[in-house]
Design a protein around this ligand. Structure first.
Ligand SMILES: [Fe+2]
Length: 284
């Protein structure tokens, strides 16, 4: 099994690269590290070169998720293991074809999502200036899947993800480190991105985000509230190209694997413990 240690990045298509960049930098609070060849690389306050890549494209939405492995050897081993398992490889293990990592490879998961495995993050430690709120990390990615059991077994058996919880039998929350879920899959008719979440320091920062974005005409989609699975506080928004993004905080960190027992949350009444049900777009 390949050992993934972090869900570290996401790439999104951008129909209007400059306005998407302005939104994520000026409104959402990310920092710009590099811009080249129709791609914009954005960071959080974590030391990594990029957590989000915006790619000039005809369509918005998910382009790729990025999973980090710990060593160059692990990446080589992953390439062999994936080939043996018959996984569709789109770029073999080798020098990274993007800024911010040393080596990578690319594959497709069973839903057809592009997945990058990478090693050797470039660190960019310096502060990137003042923002209203500055996300601490890319906390989690939720993908829509047409077959939640297939998605779960692929990520469990191939990359070592563990189940943290379920919402009914339609949504599974997966971890690869102590964060309750860095990846989750929710059942839909069509695969694709559900949302990307960014961790902030505390609830006050979620509130700051709500009013700062609201005053600038960015509609809040859901929340603030608190999820049952993961116990995280949340507020969801649409970016200008209708990708769903989330500020989150207070998510459970599972420090002792031996003490965690996954549970099945009923779903309907527990997706928001504060009892504001999800908007239609998030439960269709
Ligand atoms: Fe979320």
């Amino acid at each position: 099994m390949i050992k993934v240690q972090k869900v570290g990045r996401v790439a999104l298509g951008a129909k209007d690269l400059s306005s998407q960049t302005a939104f994520y930098v000026d409104h959402w609070g990310l920092g710009l590290t590099e811009e080249a060849d129709g791609r914009v690389y954005l960071r959080t306050t974590a030391a990594e070169h990029n957590a989000v890549t915006l790619v000039a494209a005809d369509e918005a939405g998910l382009r790729e998720i990025g999973l980090e492995v710990a060593t160059a050897d692990e990446l080589e081993r992953a390439a062999e293991e994936l080939a043996k398992a018959g996984v569709r490889i789109e770029k073999g293990a080798g020098p990274a074809d993007r800024p911010g990592a040393k080596r990578n490879l690319r594959l497709r998961d069973p839903d057809g999502n592009a997945v990058e495995l990478y090693w050797g993050d470039d660190k960019v430690g310096e502060d990137y200036g003042r923002r209203n709120v500055k996300p601490l990390n890319l906390n989690h990615i939720v993908l829509r899947t047409t077959d939640v059991d297939r998605a779960y077994s692929f990520y469990k058996n191939t990359f070592g993800f563990r189940e943290s919880d379920w919402n009914g039998h339609h949504m599974v929350f997966l971890r690869c480190n102590e964060i309750h879920h860095q990846l989750a899959f929710t059942t839909r008719d069509k695969a694709g991105l559900d949302h990307v979440a960014f961790e902030v320091n505390d609830f006050m920062e979620i509130a700051k985000g709500v009013y700062y974005l609201g005053e600038r005409g960015v509609a809040r989609l859901w929340g603030p509230g608190r999820h049952g699975a993961g116990n995280n506080l949340f507020s969801y928004f649409w970016d200008p190209e209708h990708n769903i993004i989330e500020y989150t905080t207070d998510i459970i960190r599972i420090k002792d694997e031996s003490k965690w027992t996954p549970r099945v949350w009923p779903g309907r009444d527990t997706v928001d413990l504060w009892k504001q049900g999800p908007p239609r777009v998030m439960k269709e």
